[in-house]
Structure formats: C-alpha cells, structure tokens
Design a protein around this ligand. Structure first.
Ligand code: CU
Length: 488
C-alpha cells in the first residue's frame, strides 16, 4: 500500500488494508474487533489516537507503526463520515495449490477415465461405508437428520467443506489419489461426459424417504434443455451481478441477485432431481454444479481481497456470529472458520478459465443495486431499472422448491426459483426463515402502467396441492416496486 495522504479514502479501498492480521488478532484477544466496517467505525476515534505518530501505542512493533500520512488519511476518513466505498478489484491469478479443480470442459481423456473409476468405486461401496457415494450424498438432506445450510451465511462455507469431503473420498480410491472435482461452468452447456455412466444417474440402493425409495433413479433434463433453462432464468446476469457486490450479504443473497439466487435457479434448471433438496445430491451432476458455486465464491473472495478470515470479515456488514467457533456443529465441519474461508489453507484451487486470465475485473461494470448513502447524492437514470419484490412468501406452506413467475399484463417479465425440501417444516433452520422475499429485476418500461401478477409453480408434482399454489395459501405475499438508483 503506497504511503500518501488520501483526501477521500473509503473503508473498502483504503482503510481496511491499514490493519494486518497480526494486529487484528491481537486486538480481538483484548475484546476489540477492528476487522469489520461497523466495529472499526465505532472505534475510529480511539484507533486514531492510539496509532497517532510519533508516540503511538499501536501497533506494538516499530516496523508497523503508522506514518503521519497514513494517520492523516485515517483522519480524513473519520472527517468524511466513514464512507464504505468499493474495493479496488484484484485480478485473478493462477492458483499455486496442490489440488487444482479443472474446468470440466478441459478434462483430458485420461482424466475423465480416472474420474469415472473414482465415481464408480464410490457408488459400489456399501451404504454403511461413510465414504460411499450413498453416505456422502445422503449428508446433504435425506436420509440424515439434517440441518439445512441454505439461505443463510453458512451456505457457501458448508458446501465448501462438503465438497472437500467428497473429493477426499474420490481420492481414497486406488489409483485415483490425484483426482480433483472439476467444475461445470453453468453458463456453458454441461459437458458430454456428464451424460454417460456413471455420471448420468444414480439409483438409490435403499430407501431415503417415503417419496424416494430403493430403485429411485435420478432424473435430469437433456443438455439442450438445461442450456435453455439457464438462459431463460438469466443465471449469467445474476452471477455477474453477485460478483460485483463488495458486501458479503449482497454477494450471497438469495432474495436479490446474489450467488445463492443463481444457485437456486441453477437447481431448477437441471432437472427433477436437482430441483428438489430431498435428493438433489444423489444426481452426480450435483458435484460438478457445486464445485462451480464454490469456484465463484473463491473468485469473488480474490477479486474483493477477502481470501483470509480477517479480510473476509471486512466485507461483512451484518452479523459475524456465524464465523465464531465452533464454526458449525454439522458434519463435515470439523474445522474452524479461518480454514474454510481460506481455500489456500486447504491446498485447493481452481483452474482459471482461459478467457479470464486476461480479464480486467475493473471492467466489470458495477450495477446499481445495494443501498446508497443519501448524503452522497443519487442519480436517477432515464432508462432505469426497477426491482419488483414479492414479499412475505410463507415457504413452509409450499411442498418443495418453487418458481415464482412475474407477469405484466399477462406477459412474462421475470422468474425466480427457490430451492427447498418437500418438507421444509421438518427443518429447524427453514422454520426460522419461514417468510422469504424474492426480487425481480425488470425494465421499468415493461411494467409502467400495467397490471402485475404473480404465479407460484411447485417444481415437484404433488397431488395435494396441484401445480400452482394460490397466493392466499402462502401468506398473501405483497408486491413492492422499487426504482434502482445509482451513486452520483
Ligand atoms: Cu445446491
């Protein structure tokens, strides 16, 4: 970080980099958290005086004492009202990790053979074997007594640990010690090999639930249909939007255009099995699909300089409690948050896509979502976007994943998928988040002066409710329209 006075510093671009892990560690042991925006803001005057040259107390070691220029920059930040700002986006670099997960499109024939062997052997293992395909897939939902790790902060971390566990099992097969789990970039058609044995389907050897008995064979749409569904769900736009959010809560959001909303839409796009939490992880494509969400999270962490626990915390505007040890009481979390947040510490990395190596992340346009600081002024674009929020959906009344369809004078203007079990009432974490909101980004011209209507389609056929849920049966959700504003 070059040492000069910055007149208008922001937290994300400048201030958070003034603190090193060792200092953050040290201060947190004293019960003072300086690693998040809110906590630093609350302590900013103290920090200013403690670090003020020439007789500063902090940081304790001489080499890390703040210069006068840095101190002045910090003072400017306080004076300007602690602006949050956006980070200087970092470009992606090839990973040095030992385990590189490749883009599934780039696998060599020998690599597909080895992966085939690893999957086949896992599928042959006895269902009692904790490293069998059955037992591993069964950890996601049925048949285990589950605790849902979806639609909350631990969604990404839990799945990261889960993928590692699955990959370790693949590598436990003789001759497959160097196998890694490739990722399927959902914005491109699924690679052909995923439609051949053993990747095309899995048949349950024993019952996992009344609806999923021994002999149930996983079902998936054709590659063409998946491609079409991904396009009509605008998953690529959602991913781009999510990747440009500097705040963790905006990145991970399922309500708005965050990564979990892209994930939910992706589940719905792939087929009957993947569309439903109950058995999704038994379809082998699940693993390639999820490797991709983990890759995107890791890329986001790199772009935002948030690859370690401390730097990751600087992106969190809300509650950080989910990171406290024990990070998670649910298998496969045995590790603390720092190890899961930092993929490097797990020795895992992702192959860069060739078109990304040259990419300039600054060129990714910031979109106009997120909250703006009124004091800084806002711009209302002429060709503006609006966001329609379907608010207060009682999802516990809906048996399984569902699609919310937004129509304007009877014409489709948006669709959103929400991924859940057919029995969400069984899950404690789903019960705690019984009411959910879904946002639809729309062009204002497509809705102005027109009648907006909503339909809720159940993705897993259910004889009790039929294909559509009446809105009065799901808590009469409301529709709200917001204009999307941009920072001046
Ligand atoms: Cu998933």
């Amino acid at each position: 970080m070059s040492d000069q006075i910055v007149e208008n510093p922001t937290y994300m671009e400048h201030i958070r980099h003034f603190f090193e892990d060792i200092d953050l560690d040290h201060m947190s042991q004293k019960g003072i958290d300086l690693s998040t925006y809110e906590s630093l803001k609350a302590n900013s005057t103290d920090v200013f005086f403690q670090t003020l040259p020439p007789n500063a107390n902090m940081p304790p070691s001489d080499e890390r004492k703040w210069s006068k220029k840095r101190s002045d920059t910090f003072k400017n930040w306080i004076r300007n009202g602690h602006p949050f700002g956006s980070p200087k986006l970092q470009s992606l670099k090839p990973s040095q990790a030992g385990r590189i997960r490749k883009d599934a499109r780039n696998l060599l024939e020998g690599e597909i053979d080895k992966l085939t062997l690893a999957f086949s052997e896992l599928m042959k293992r006895d269902t009692d074997d904790p490293d069998s395909y059955f037992a591993l897939a069964g950890m996601h939902w049925y048949p285990l007594p589950f605790k849902c790790k979806h639609h909350e902060d631990r969604y990404n971390p839990w799945h990261r640990a889960y993928l590692e566990k699955f990959e370790n099992a693949l590598r436990s097969v003789d001759g497959c010690e160097d196998v890694t789990l490739p990722y399927w970039d959902i914005t491109s058609p699924p690679p052909e090999f995923l439609f051949k044995e053993p990747f095309d389907s899995y048949t349950l050897p024993i019952d996992i639930h009344a609806n999923y008995k021994a002999g149930y064979k996983t079902q998936r749409f054709s590659a063409n249909d998946i491609e079409t569904n991904v396009q009509s769900a605008r998953i690529s736009d959602t991913i781009t939007h999510a990747m440009n959010q500097p705040v963790w809560g905006d990145f991970v959001s399922y309500t708005n255009q965050g990564i979990e909303s892209a994930h939910d839409a992706g589940h719905g796009a792939c087929g009957p099995t993947l569309s439903n939490t109950d058995a999704a992880s038994f379809d082998p494509i699940f693993w390639f699909f999820h490797s991709n969400w983990d890759r995107l999270w890791w890329e986001w962490q790199q772009i935002m300089s948030a690859t370690t626990l401390w730097t990751f915390r600087s992106t969190i505007k809300g509650n950080t409690e989910f990171l406290e040890p024990p990070f998670n009481d649910l298998d496969p979390f045995s590790r603390t948050a720092d190890k899961t947040i930092d993929l490097n510490s797990m020795g895992i990395g992702y192959e860069l896509q060739s078109d990304l190596e040259e990419a300039d992340p600054q060129a990714l346009a910031r979109s106009g979502f997120g909250s703006l600081i009124a004091g800084q002024g806002i711009l209302v674009n002429q060709m503006t976007q609006a966001s329609v929020r379907l608010k207060g959906i009682d999802r516990l009344k809906i048996p399984g994943s569902f699609k919310a369809i937004l129509k304007s004078n009877g014409e489709l203007v948006g669709q959103r998928t929400f991924f859940q079990s057919t029995e969400p009432r069984d899950c404690e974490s789903c019960q705690m988040k019984a009411k959910v909101n879904l946002d639809f980004p729309v062009d204002i011209n497509a809705i102005a002066g027109k009648e907006l209507t909503v339909e809720i389609k159940v993705l897993t056929p259910n004889p009790d409710v039929g294909p559509r849920m009446p809105l009065h049966a799901i808590g009469n959700p409301t529709l709200n329209v917001r204009m999307l504003l941009q920072e001046k």
